[in-house]
Design a protein around this ligand. Structure first.
Ligand code: ADP
Ligand code: TRP
Length: 352
């Protein structure tokens, strides 16, 4: 009988940028799939703190602006923002069910070899390839003052993927071009120096776009989020603030065009969805009651994760332990790849 070892499964890798509080759009669009995959492959998940540095100046400016509005806030310096965001994302993932015994879960910056590989890859990547990057062009259009790091972001991302010789990369559709660039860059290296990197494949999650409280795509940048770990008054405020139409209380409601119902569907079983849809259609059931039903559902759905989060917050040592163990596993793999790359390049080879 053959045993399946973790190493014989496809290597699945993904990275999350540490840039603020996670919302239920992030959960249903990305995090849930990451966590579900932990039993399906040899998983490497990391917190992209080197990448988060490319937008740190803007994060700092946002804090200063928020503090100017609310005198009780003190803006944190950049290094604290970076550190707190990494630790928040780590705690969030662990609380939501990521098991560090199954997954190598680590900070990107704990594997500095990735910067060496990024340099090597930059020497086989054309300027034209980077100049076509949508994410860079979008950020510049939004008024970001670009650094060289923002421009070469896709090369570091290619290094993240290739250093672990990953096969599958689960990401949102917005990352499609970055994955194409990674395959291009891997192909150029392999062509010049011999096969080292498997060409990784993107796995797009087909989860529907989660609507925000105003009906647009839920996004940090639109201020329409319901945070995964919101509770009490804050959660109530967000849910009760969901925008609905002005149908009078007695009239039937249409579940198919209602934001409250669209969100409820993410949390409820099919019979529960049917039950609420029937109440909508029967009339005499207002949006206020629908929102309360949704509020109770969200509250109950994330309650166990919230408890785990509180426990982890009180035990930062546990989080650090998980990240350190993950980094050790990841670094061992990364070092083997970098050694092979150096060999192929003839770096560090003393003449005999
Ligand atoms: P935000 O728009 O809030 O800044 P990010 O761009 O950081 O979110 O997204 C992180 C991950 O969450 C990506 O994989 C993205 O596809 C997913 N995601 C973000 N918002 C949504 C949403 N409203 N619906 C579904 N998935 C989403
Ligand atoms: N660019 C990705 C995002 O914004 C984050 C990321 C960095 C990543 N490196 C990666 C994702 C490697 C997958 C693989 O979501």
């Amino acid at each position: 009988m053959s045993t399946v070892t973790r190493e014989s499964l496809p290597r699945i890798l993904s990275g999350v940028q540490s840039s603020g509080k996670l919302h239920i759009g992030n959960y249903f669009g990305a995090i849930k799939q990451h966590i579900e995959r932990q039993d399906k492959g040899d998983c490497f998940f990391f917190i992209a703190d080197y990448h988060a540095m490319t937008t740190l100046k803007e994060a700092e400016e946002k804090e200063v602006a928020a503090a100017a509005k609310n005198k009780q806030l003190t803006p944190r310096p950049a290094r604290e923002i970076l550190r707190d965001n990494v630790s928040d994302v780590a705690i969030d993932y662990l609380a939501l069910g990521l098991d560090p015994a199954k997954v190598a879960f680590f900070r990107q910056s704990d594997v500095p070899e990735v910067c060496e590989l990024a340099w090597v890859l930059s020497t086989v990547s054309g300027m034209g390839l980077l100049e076509r990057a949508h994410s860079y062009k979008d950020k510049v259009a939004k008024g970001f003052t670009p650094s060289v790091g923002l421009f070469t972001y896709p090369i570091l991302m290619a290094a993240d993927i290739l250093i672990y010789r990953s096969h599958l990369v689960p990401v949102g559709r917005d990352q499609e071009q970055h994955l194409e660039m990674t395959r291009d860059i891997a192909g150029s290296f392999n062509h010049a120096f011999g096969e080292v990197f498997p060409l990784p494949e993107a796995v797009f999650n087909e989860a529907a776009i989660v609507p925000g409280t105003d009906g647009q795509k839920m996004s940090k940048s639109y201020g329409n989020t319901i945070d995964i770990f919101a509770e009490g008054k804050a959660l109530e405020r967000a849910v009760m603030g969901i925008v609905t139409d002005k149908t009078p209380l007695e009239a039937p409601l249409d579940p198919d065009t209602c934001n409250v119902f669209a969100l409820y569907k993410l949390f409820a079983s099919p019979p529960e969805q049917e039950e609420l849809a029937a109440k909508y259609r029967a009339g005499g059931f207002g949006y206020g009651a629908a929102k309360k039903t949704l509020l109770a559902k969200i509250d109950a759905y994330f309650a166990p994760a919230r408890e785990r989060r509180k426990l982890l917050e009180r035990n930062p040592g546990l989080v650090e332990e998980a990240l350190t163990a993950g980094a050790q596993r990841a670094r061992a793999v990364a070092q083997v790849t970098v050694r092979l790359v150096r060999e192929r390049l003839g770096l560090n080879q003393r003449p005999v």
